[in-house]
Ligand binder design. Sequence first.
Ligand SMILES: [Fe+2]
Length: 243
Amino acid sequence: MIDLHCHILPDIDDGAASLGVSLEMARMAQVSGVKEIAATPHFRGDSESLGMLADIQQRFDRLQAMLARDQIPIRLHRGAEVLCLPQTVELAADHQLPTLGTGNYVLTEFYFDESFDYMDEMLTQIAGYGYRIVVAHPERYEAIQRDSRRLRRWARQGFALQLNKGSILGSFGPRAERVANEIMAMGLAHLIASDGHGCQHRTPHMGAVKEWAEAMCQESYAKILLERNPRRILEGRPLVSDD
Ligand SMILES: [Fe+2]
């Protein structure tokens, strides 16, 4: 499996609190069958935050070196989870947004109570500057919980819809769980990721969600959700649907 959304970098956001926790998260992911992780710390999408990118890079390099030292066979990929603000469009215009892996996909998030029209406008504008979009945990947004069929529009635009492990397993309450199931039933999910933040709650262990995916759908689709689309996103290639 490839986990495309994980707050594994140490001491930079509300994810891993120390390098020790980062290494423990990597071991936990590895035991559950994860081989590659995109390190995606929160990044506020405004120009004042651009200085943070060097900090992210430094922590990434350090963790990568420690994984090698401790012989933990996890391949790390570069990334960030971009909080979309009105100023984020300016960063997109200047081609300054952090992307996932070596491609041009941006992992995007919003405040949970944003309107659908605002999110739609922001994502369309960002995509207009040559980025591809991954929408992190759409099932957690109030506007989507009110009507998940709105996601058909984003799927048509080629936006990748990433479900959170915790939503599927019920950790974010019955609404997010219901909507995650609706998204799966509509065939709109492109990938599942841990959105792991530590080793106690919201962990990077992907075992239970892999079992869930394999029980919910064809093995080939489970593989698309947990491996093939994450790989394509890291390489900047188009998504695959169930085939
Ligand atoms: Fe996240």
